[in-house]
Design a protein around this ligand. Structure first.
Ligand code: UD1
Length: 420
Protein backbone atom coordinates (compact mmCIF):
# COMPACT_ATOMS: atom_id res chain seq x y z
CA UNK A 1 0.00 0.00 0.00
CA UNK A 2 1.09 3.59 -0.52
CA UNK A 3 -0.03 6.90 0.90
CA UNK A 4 0.55 10.55 0.14
CA UNK A 5 2.29 12.77 2.67
CA UNK A 6 1.51 16.46 2.20
CA UNK A 7 2.92 19.41 4.10
CA UNK A 8 0.56 22.29 3.50
CA UNK A 9 1.04 26.02 3.25
CA UNK A 10 2.77 26.53 -0.11
CA UNK A 11 1.39 28.82 -2.79
CA UNK A 12 1.15 26.90 -6.08
CA UNK A 13 2.80 28.55 -9.03
CA UNK A 14 3.83 27.43 -12.50
CA UNK A 15 2.58 25.46 -15.46
CA UNK A 16 1.02 22.03 -15.69
CA UNK A 17 0.18 19.87 -18.69
CA UNK A 18 -3.28 18.33 -18.58
CA UNK A 19 -3.62 14.67 -19.59
CA UNK A 20 -6.10 13.00 -21.91
CA UNK A 21 -9.60 12.52 -20.47
CA UNK A 22 -10.13 9.27 -18.58
CA UNK A 23 -13.87 9.38 -19.19
CA UNK A 24 -13.36 9.77 -22.94
CA UNK A 25 -10.56 7.22 -23.22
CA UNK A 26 -12.57 4.47 -21.47
CA UNK A 27 -15.54 4.41 -23.89
CA UNK A 28 -13.22 4.93 -26.87
CA UNK A 29 -11.11 1.90 -25.88
CA UNK A 30 -14.33 -0.12 -25.60
CA UNK A 31 -15.54 1.25 -28.95
CA UNK A 32 -12.44 -0.05 -30.68
CA UNK A 33 -14.01 -3.53 -30.22
CA UNK A 34 -16.47 -2.52 -32.95
CA UNK A 35 -13.94 -2.84 -35.77
CA UNK A 36 -11.70 -5.66 -36.90
CA UNK A 37 -9.25 -3.13 -38.36
CA UNK A 38 -6.44 -1.45 -36.44
CA UNK A 39 -7.11 1.64 -34.34
CA UNK A 40 -4.46 4.02 -33.00
CA UNK A 41 -5.22 6.28 -30.03
CA UNK A 42 -3.04 9.11 -28.76
CA UNK A 43 -3.19 11.26 -25.60
CA UNK A 44 -4.36 8.19 -23.66
CA UNK A 45 -3.80 8.97 -19.97
CA UNK A 46 -1.57 6.62 -17.98
CA UNK A 47 -4.03 5.65 -15.25
CA UNK A 48 -5.13 2.57 -13.38
CA UNK A 49 -8.65 2.72 -14.87
CA UNK A 50 -7.14 2.68 -18.35
CA UNK A 51 -4.98 -0.31 -17.44
CA UNK A 52 -8.09 -2.06 -16.10
CA UNK A 53 -9.97 -1.43 -19.36
CA UNK A 54 -6.99 -2.73 -21.35
CA UNK A 55 -6.82 -5.82 -19.16
CA UNK A 56 -10.54 -6.37 -19.68
CA UNK A 57 -10.55 -6.08 -23.47
CA UNK A 58 -7.13 -7.74 -23.69
CA UNK A 59 -8.86 -10.74 -22.09
CA UNK A 60 -11.36 -10.74 -24.99
CA UNK A 61 -8.43 -11.07 -27.42
CA UNK A 62 -7.56 -7.43 -28.28
CA UNK A 63 -3.83 -6.99 -28.98
CA UNK A 64 -2.08 -3.78 -27.92
CA UNK A 65 1.09 -2.02 -28.97
CA UNK A 66 1.93 0.86 -26.65
CA UNK A 67 4.65 3.43 -27.29
CA UNK A 68 6.55 5.46 -24.70
CA UNK A 69 4.02 8.34 -24.95
CA UNK A 70 1.02 6.08 -24.27
CA UNK A 71 0.11 6.03 -27.96
CA UNK A 72 -1.97 2.86 -28.13
CA UNK A 73 -2.40 0.73 -31.24
CA UNK A 74 -5.21 -1.82 -30.96
CA UNK A 75 -6.06 -4.86 -33.01
CA UNK A 76 -9.51 -6.32 -32.27
CA UNK A 77 -9.59 -8.79 -35.17
CA UNK A 78 -9.50 -11.99 -33.15
CA UNK A 79 -11.96 -11.75 -30.29
CA UNK A 80 -12.60 -15.09 -28.58
CA UNK A 81 -14.23 -14.19 -25.26
CA UNK A 82 -17.31 -12.10 -24.50
CA UNK A 83 -17.32 -12.09 -20.70
CA UNK A 84 -16.50 -9.12 -18.46
CA UNK A 85 -15.73 -10.85 -15.15
CA UNK A 86 -16.78 -9.62 -11.72
CA UNK A 87 -13.14 -9.25 -10.57
CA UNK A 88 -12.58 -6.45 -13.10
CA UNK A 89 -16.06 -4.89 -13.14
CA UNK A 90 -16.07 -4.49 -9.36
CA UNK A 91 -12.86 -2.42 -9.52
CA UNK A 92 -14.18 -0.22 -12.33
CA UNK A 93 -17.86 0.29 -13.08
CA UNK A 94 -17.06 1.70 -16.52
CA UNK A 95 -16.33 -1.93 -17.54
CA UNK A 96 -20.04 -2.06 -18.36
CA UNK A 97 -19.12 -0.05 -21.48
CA UNK A 98 -18.16 -3.28 -23.26
CA UNK A 99 -21.81 -4.43 -23.29
CA UNK A 100 -22.83 -2.32 -26.31
CA UNK A 101 -19.85 -3.02 -28.58
CA UNK A 102 -19.66 -6.79 -27.86
CA UNK A 103 -23.36 -7.19 -28.53
CA UNK A 104 -23.23 -5.08 -31.69
CA UNK A 105 -20.34 -6.93 -33.32
CA UNK A 106 -20.66 -10.47 -31.92
CA UNK A 107 -24.32 -10.74 -30.80
CA UNK A 108 -23.20 -11.88 -27.37
CA UNK A 109 -22.04 -10.28 -24.11
CA UNK A 110 -21.85 -11.45 -20.50
CA UNK A 111 -21.09 -8.53 -18.22
CA UNK A 112 -20.98 -8.79 -14.45
CA UNK A 113 -23.36 -6.48 -12.61
CA UNK A 114 -21.21 -3.88 -10.90
CA UNK A 115 -23.11 -3.63 -7.60
CA UNK A 116 -22.97 -0.62 -5.29
CA UNK A 117 -20.06 1.74 -4.85
CA UNK A 118 -18.82 4.35 -2.42
CA UNK A 119 -20.96 7.13 -3.90
CA UNK A 120 -24.30 5.36 -4.14
CA UNK A 121 -26.24 2.48 -5.64
CA UNK A 122 -25.41 3.28 -9.30
CA UNK A 123 -27.73 0.91 -11.16
CA UNK A 124 -27.31 -0.06 -14.84
CA UNK A 125 -31.03 -0.56 -15.60
CA UNK A 126 -30.96 2.08 -18.34
CA UNK A 127 -28.17 0.28 -20.20
CA UNK A 128 -30.18 -2.95 -20.05
CA UNK A 129 -33.45 -1.29 -21.08
CA UNK A 130 -31.69 0.31 -24.05
CA UNK A 131 -30.11 -2.82 -25.48
CA UNK A 132 -33.44 -4.66 -25.05
CA UNK A 133 -35.11 -1.90 -27.06
CA UNK A 134 -32.52 -2.58 -29.77
CA UNK A 135 -33.67 -6.19 -29.90
CA UNK A 136 -31.32 -7.99 -27.49
CA UNK A 137 -32.59 -10.76 -25.19
CA UNK A 138 -31.29 -10.00 -21.73
CA UNK A 139 -31.33 -12.20 -18.65
CA UNK A 140 -29.70 -11.66 -15.28
CA UNK A 141 -28.05 -14.87 -14.14
CA UNK A 142 -25.44 -15.48 -11.42
CA UNK A 143 -24.85 -11.75 -11.06
CA UNK A 144 -24.24 -11.32 -14.79
CA UNK A 145 -26.08 -9.42 -17.51
CA UNK A 146 -26.35 -12.03 -20.29
CA UNK A 147 -27.30 -10.33 -23.54
CA UNK A 148 -27.81 -12.08 -26.87
CA UNK A 149 -29.06 -11.18 -30.32
CA UNK A 150 -29.37 -13.30 -33.47
CA UNK A 151 -28.02 -11.32 -36.40
CA UNK A 152 -27.81 -7.55 -36.07
CA UNK A 153 -29.46 -5.34 -33.46
CA UNK A 154 -32.38 -3.29 -34.83
CA UNK A 155 -32.57 0.51 -34.73
CA UNK A 156 -35.18 1.93 -32.33
CA UNK A 157 -36.50 5.18 -30.90
CA UNK A 158 -35.36 5.17 -27.27
CA UNK A 159 -36.06 7.67 -24.53
CA UNK A 160 -33.53 7.32 -21.70
CA UNK A 161 -35.48 8.11 -18.51
CA UNK A 162 -32.56 9.67 -16.62
CA UNK A 163 -29.53 11.34 -18.16
CA UNK A 164 -26.72 8.78 -18.01
CA UNK A 165 -23.26 9.30 -19.46
CA UNK A 166 -22.09 5.70 -19.83
CA UNK A 167 -25.70 4.64 -20.55
CA UNK A 168 -25.78 6.99 -23.56
CA UNK A 169 -22.33 5.81 -24.66
CA UNK A 170 -23.25 2.13 -24.42
CA UNK A 171 -26.36 2.63 -26.53
CA UNK A 172 -24.50 4.66 -29.15
CA UNK A 173 -21.96 1.84 -29.47
CA UNK A 174 -24.71 -0.78 -29.62
CA UNK A 175 -26.62 1.14 -32.31
CA UNK A 176 -23.65 1.90 -34.53
CA UNK A 177 -23.74 -1.50 -36.30
CA UNK A 178 -27.53 -2.00 -35.98
CA UNK A 179 -29.92 -2.34 -38.89
CA UNK A 180 -31.72 0.96 -39.44
CA UNK A 181 -31.87 4.20 -37.52
CA UNK A 182 -31.70 4.65 -33.74
CA UNK A 183 -32.81 7.82 -32.02
CA UNK A 184 -31.64 8.36 -28.44
CA UNK A 185 -33.69 10.96 -26.58
CA UNK A 186 -32.68 12.61 -23.31
CA UNK A 187 -29.10 11.67 -24.20
CA UNK A 188 -26.17 12.86 -22.07
CA UNK A 189 -24.52 15.96 -23.58
CA UNK A 190 -21.11 15.56 -21.91
CA UNK A 191 -18.07 16.44 -24.05
CA UNK A 192 -16.82 12.88 -23.52
CA UNK A 193 -19.93 11.60 -25.35
CA UNK A 194 -19.09 13.98 -28.20
CA UNK A 195 -15.49 12.71 -28.22
CA UNK A 196 -16.71 9.11 -28.50
CA UNK A 197 -19.01 10.07 -31.39
CA UNK A 198 -16.23 11.95 -33.18
CA UNK A 199 -14.06 8.85 -32.87
CA UNK A 200 -16.81 6.54 -34.17
CA UNK A 201 -17.60 8.86 -37.09
CA UNK A 202 -13.92 8.84 -37.97
CA UNK A 203 -14.20 5.04 -38.30
CA UNK A 204 -17.19 5.38 -40.64
CA UNK A 205 -20.15 5.58 -38.24
CA UNK A 206 -23.10 7.82 -39.16
CA UNK A 207 -23.98 9.67 -35.98
CA UNK A 208 -25.44 13.17 -35.65
CA UNK A 209 -26.64 15.27 -32.73
CA UNK A 210 -23.86 14.48 -30.21
CA UNK A 211 -23.75 17.27 -27.63
CA UNK A 212 -27.53 17.71 -27.83
CA UNK A 213 -30.38 15.82 -26.15
CA UNK A 214 -31.23 13.87 -29.29
CA UNK A 215 -28.61 11.68 -30.95
CA UNK A 216 -29.38 9.92 -34.23
CA UNK A 217 -27.41 6.87 -35.27
CA UNK A 218 -27.81 5.47 -38.75
CA UNK A 219 -26.54 1.89 -38.51
CA UNK A 220 -23.70 0.84 -40.81
CA UNK A 221 -22.55 -2.69 -41.68
CA UNK A 222 -18.99 -2.26 -40.55
CA UNK A 223 -16.49 0.24 -39.18
CA UNK A 224 -12.98 0.62 -40.50
CA UNK A 225 -9.79 1.44 -38.57
CA UNK A 226 -8.31 4.88 -37.92
CA UNK A 227 -6.43 7.18 -35.58
CA UNK A 228 -7.81 9.46 -32.90
CA UNK A 229 -6.49 11.85 -30.27
CA UNK A 230 -8.35 11.72 -26.93
CA UNK A 231 -9.71 15.08 -25.68
CA UNK A 232 -8.13 16.78 -22.63
CA UNK A 233 -9.44 15.91 -19.16
CA UNK A 234 -11.70 18.74 -17.97
CA UNK A 235 -11.97 17.30 -14.44
CA UNK A 236 -8.21 17.00 -14.00
CA UNK A 237 -7.95 20.57 -15.30
CA UNK A 238 -10.61 21.79 -12.86
CA UNK A 239 -8.84 20.02 -9.99
CA UNK A 240 -5.57 21.91 -10.69
CA UNK A 241 -7.51 25.18 -10.93
CA UNK A 242 -9.02 24.41 -7.51
CA UNK A 243 -5.53 23.66 -6.15
CA UNK A 244 -4.32 27.04 -7.41
CA UNK A 245 -7.37 28.87 -6.04
CA UNK A 246 -7.14 27.20 -2.59
CA UNK A 247 -3.48 28.11 -2.20
CA UNK A 248 -3.91 31.72 -3.51
CA UNK A 249 -1.60 30.78 -6.37
CA UNK A 250 -1.07 31.38 -10.06
CA UNK A 251 -1.16 28.35 -12.33
CA UNK A 252 -1.28 27.95 -16.09
CA UNK A 253 -2.85 24.80 -17.53
CA UNK A 254 -1.61 23.64 -20.91
CA UNK A 255 -3.27 21.35 -23.45
CA UNK A 256 -6.79 21.92 -22.11
CA UNK A 257 -10.12 22.38 -23.89
CA UNK A 258 -11.59 25.52 -22.24
CA UNK A 259 -14.78 25.27 -24.34
CA UNK A 260 -15.71 22.10 -22.40
CA UNK A 261 -15.29 23.86 -19.03
CA UNK A 262 -17.65 26.84 -19.15
CA UNK A 263 -19.64 26.00 -15.98
CA UNK A 264 -16.43 25.30 -14.06
CA UNK A 265 -14.69 28.47 -15.26
CA UNK A 266 -17.73 30.65 -14.48
CA UNK A 267 -17.66 29.37 -10.91
CA UNK A 268 -13.93 30.04 -10.54
CA UNK A 269 -14.59 33.62 -11.60
CA UNK A 270 -17.00 33.92 -8.67
CA UNK A 271 -14.16 33.01 -6.30
CA UNK A 272 -12.40 36.22 -7.31
CA UNK A 273 -9.84 34.43 -9.47
CA UNK A 274 -8.45 36.24 -12.51
CA UNK A 275 -8.68 33.94 -15.51
CA UNK A 276 -6.91 34.23 -18.81
CA UNK A 277 -8.31 31.79 -21.33
CA UNK A 278 -6.76 30.97 -24.68
CA UNK A 279 -7.36 28.28 -27.28
CA UNK A 280 -5.76 25.47 -25.27
CA UNK A 281 -4.49 27.14 -22.12
CA UNK A 282 -6.10 28.53 -18.98
CA UNK A 283 -4.27 30.67 -16.44
CA UNK A 284 -5.77 31.24 -13.00
CA UNK A 285 -4.29 33.94 -10.79
CA UNK A 286 -5.55 34.66 -7.26
CA UNK A 287 -3.14 37.63 -6.94
CA UNK A 288 -2.43 36.42 -3.42
CA UNK A 289 -6.07 36.63 -2.32
CA UNK A 290 -8.12 34.07 -0.48
CA UNK A 291 -10.94 32.66 -2.66
CA UNK A 292 -14.55 33.63 -1.95
CA UNK A 293 -16.86 30.71 -1.09
CA UNK A 294 -19.17 29.64 -3.92
CA UNK A 295 -22.55 27.92 -4.25
CA UNK A 296 -22.86 25.06 -6.71
CA UNK A 297 -25.59 22.62 -7.75
CA UNK A 298 -24.24 19.58 -9.57
CA UNK A 299 -26.19 18.50 -12.65
CA UNK A 300 -25.59 16.87 -16.04
CA UNK A 301 -23.57 18.82 -18.63
CA UNK A 302 -23.61 21.71 -19.43
CA UNK A 303 -24.21 22.36 -15.71
CA UNK A 304 -21.60 21.98 -12.97
CA UNK A 305 -20.12 18.44 -12.90
CA UNK A 306 -20.51 16.18 -9.87
CA UNK A 307 -16.90 15.09 -10.47
CA UNK A 308 -15.77 18.61 -9.37
CA UNK A 309 -18.03 18.77 -6.30
CA UNK A 310 -15.56 17.44 -3.70
CA UNK A 311 -12.83 19.80 -4.91
CA UNK A 312 -15.21 22.78 -4.45
CA UNK A 313 -16.00 21.63 -0.91
CA UNK A 314 -12.24 21.63 -0.18
CA UNK A 315 -11.94 25.14 -1.60
CA UNK A 316 -14.98 26.41 0.33
CA UNK A 317 -13.54 25.01 3.55
CA UNK A 318 -10.83 27.70 3.59
CA UNK A 319 -12.67 30.39 1.58
CA UNK A 320 -14.12 33.71 2.69
CA UNK A 321 -17.81 33.38 3.55
CA UNK A 322 -20.35 30.57 3.35
CA UNK A 323 -20.73 28.22 0.39
CA UNK A 324 -23.64 25.88 -0.31
CA UNK A 325 -22.99 22.73 -2.33
CA UNK A 326 -25.96 20.70 -3.57
CA UNK A 327 -25.29 17.23 -5.01
CA UNK A 328 -28.09 16.14 -7.33
CA UNK A 329 -26.47 13.23 -9.21
CA UNK A 330 -25.26 10.75 -6.60
CA UNK A 331 -26.94 9.98 -3.28
CA UNK A 332 -23.89 9.47 -1.09
CA UNK A 333 -21.17 11.70 -2.40
CA UNK A 334 -20.13 13.60 0.75
CA UNK A 335 -17.74 11.10 2.35
CA UNK A 336 -14.90 13.60 1.93
CA UNK A 337 -16.78 16.08 4.13
CA UNK A 338 -16.39 13.88 7.20
CA UNK A 339 -12.65 13.59 6.60
CA UNK A 340 -12.34 17.37 6.14
CA UNK A 341 -14.24 17.89 9.39
CA UNK A 342 -11.43 15.91 11.02
CA UNK A 343 -9.08 18.57 9.61
CA UNK A 344 -11.15 21.27 11.31
CA UNK A 345 -13.46 22.24 8.43
CA UNK A 346 -16.76 23.79 9.44
CA UNK A 347 -19.18 21.92 7.18
CA UNK A 348 -22.73 20.76 7.91
CA UNK A 349 -24.40 18.15 5.75
CA UNK A 350 -28.16 17.98 5.47
CA UNK A 351 -29.33 15.38 2.96
CA UNK A 352 -27.74 16.30 -0.36
CA UNK A 353 -26.62 19.76 0.75
CA UNK A 354 -23.28 20.65 2.36
CA UNK A 355 -23.02 24.11 3.88
CA UNK A 356 -19.53 25.24 4.60
CA UNK A 357 -18.33 28.28 6.49
CA UNK A 358 -14.77 28.95 5.43
CA UNK A 359 -12.09 29.09 8.12
CA UNK A 360 -8.57 30.55 7.90
CA UNK A 361 -6.78 27.22 7.61
CA UNK A 362 -7.31 23.51 8.06
CA UNK A 363 -5.14 21.35 10.31
CA UNK A 364 -3.18 18.39 8.96
CA UNK A 365 -4.49 14.94 9.90
CA UNK A 366 -4.45 11.35 8.69
CA UNK A 367 -7.38 10.99 6.28
CA UNK A 368 -8.77 8.24 4.11
CA UNK A 369 -9.81 8.46 0.48
CA UNK A 370 -13.15 6.83 -0.29
CA UNK A 371 -13.52 7.45 -4.01
CA UNK A 372 -11.61 9.02 -6.84
CA UNK A 373 -12.72 12.65 -6.60
CA UNK A 374 -12.96 12.55 -2.81
CA UNK A 375 -9.31 11.58 -2.69
CA UNK A 376 -8.38 14.54 -4.90
CA UNK A 377 -10.30 16.88 -2.59
CA UNK A 378 -8.38 15.54 0.42
CA UNK A 379 -5.10 16.29 -1.37
CA UNK A 380 -6.35 19.86 -1.89
CA UNK A 381 -7.30 20.05 1.78
CA UNK A 382 -3.78 18.87 2.66
CA UNK A 383 -2.28 21.64 0.55
CA UNK A 384 -4.06 24.29 2.63
CA UNK A 385 -3.64 22.63 6.02
CA UNK A 386 -1.13 23.62 8.68
CA UNK A 387 1.16 20.69 9.33
CA UNK A 388 1.18 17.28 7.71
CA UNK A 389 -1.70 15.44 6.10
CA UNK A 390 -1.45 11.76 5.26
CA UNK A 391 -3.91 10.60 2.60
CA UNK A 392 -4.43 6.86 2.75
CA UNK A 393 -6.01 4.50 0.20
CA UNK A 394 -4.64 6.51 -2.68
CA UNK A 395 -5.28 3.70 -5.13
CA UNK A 396 -8.45 5.71 -5.75
CA UNK A 397 -6.45 8.73 -6.90
CA UNK A 398 -4.29 6.62 -9.22
CA UNK A 399 -7.46 5.55 -11.03
CA UNK A 400 -7.96 9.06 -12.35
CA UNK A 401 -4.98 11.40 -11.87
CA UNK A 402 -1.79 10.94 -13.86
CA UNK A 403 1.39 11.65 -11.85
CA UNK A 404 -0.47 13.80 -9.33
CA UNK A 405 2.41 14.17 -6.89
CA UNK A 406 4.90 14.97 -9.68
CA UNK A 407 2.57 17.58 -11.18
CA UNK A 408 1.83 19.20 -7.80
CA UNK A 409 5.52 19.11 -6.80
CA UNK A 410 6.41 20.95 -10.00
CA UNK A 411 3.93 23.63 -8.93
CA UNK A 412 5.70 23.96 -5.59
CA UNK A 413 3.67 21.67 -3.32
CA UNK A 414 5.36 19.52 -0.69
CA UNK A 415 3.92 16.14 -1.48
CA UNK A 416 5.45 12.70 -1.66
CA UNK A 417 4.35 9.11 -1.97
CA UNK A 418 5.35 6.64 0.70
CA UNK A 419 4.97 2.87 0.65
CA UNK A 420 4.01 1.20 3.93
C1 UD1 B 1 -20.16 8.93 -15.53
C2 UD1 B 1 -18.70 9.24 -15.24
C3 UD1 B 1 -18.53 9.65 -13.78
C4 UD1 B 1 -19.47 10.79 -13.44
C5 UD1 B 1 -20.90 10.46 -13.85
C6 UD1 B 1 -21.86 11.65 -13.70
C7 UD1 B 1 -17.54 7.77 -16.78
C8 UD1 B 1 -16.68 6.58 -16.97
N1 UD1 B 1 -17.92 8.05 -15.52
O1 UD1 B 1 -20.53 7.83 -14.71
O2 UD1 B 1 -17.18 10.05 -13.59
O3 UD1 B 1 -19.45 11.02 -12.05
O4 UD1 B 1 -20.94 10.07 -15.24
O5 UD1 B 1 -21.42 12.72 -14.45
O6 UD1 B 1 -17.83 8.50 -17.72
N2 UD1 B 1 -28.40 5.84 -13.33
C9 UD1 B 1 -29.48 5.01 -13.21
N3 UD1 B 1 -29.56 3.91 -14.03
C10 UD1 B 1 -28.60 3.63 -14.96
C11 UD1 B 1 -27.49 4.50 -15.08
C12 UD1 B 1 -27.41 5.60 -14.25
O7 UD1 B 1 -30.36 5.24 -12.38
O8 UD1 B 1 -28.72 2.63 -15.68
C13 UD1 B 1 -28.28 7.02 -12.44
C14 UD1 B 1 -27.06 6.99 -11.53
O9 UD1 B 1 -27.30 6.24 -10.36
C15 UD1 B 1 -26.82 8.45 -11.26
C16 UD1 B 1 -27.25 9.11 -12.58
O10 UD1 B 1 -28.07 8.15 -13.26
O11 UD1 B 1 -27.67 8.90 -10.23
C17 UD1 B 1 -26.11 9.52 -13.48
O12 UD1 B 1 -25.21 8.45 -13.61
P1 UD1 B 1 -24.40 8.19 -14.95
O13 UD1 B 1 -24.38 9.42 -15.79
O14 UD1 B 1 -24.88 6.93 -15.57
O15 UD1 B 1 -22.95 7.94 -14.37
P2 UD1 B 1 -21.86 7.03 -15.04
O16 UD1 B 1 -22.07 7.02 -16.50
O17 UD1 B 1 -21.75 5.73 -14.30
Amino acid sequence: MTRLIITGGDVLQGEVRISGAKNAALPILAAALLTEDKVTLTNVPHLNDITTMMELIGGFGVRFLIDEHMGVEMDSKNIHCFTAPYELVKTMRASVLVLGPLLARFGEADVSLPGGCAIGSRPVDLHIMGVEALGAQVTIEDGYIRARVKGRLKGADITIDKVSVTGTENLIMAAVLAEGVTILRNAAREPEVVDLVNFLNQLGAQITGAGTEVITIEGVERLHGGSYRIMPDRIEAGTYLAAAACTRGKVKLKKVAPETMTAILNKFEETGAHLRIDKDTIELDMRGNRPRAIDIDTAPYPEFPTDMQAQVVAMNSIAQGIGKVTETIFENRFMHVYEMQRMGANIKVNGNVAICEGIDYLTGAPVMATDLRASASLVLAGLVAKGTTVVDRIYHIDRGYECIEEKLSLLGAKIRREPY
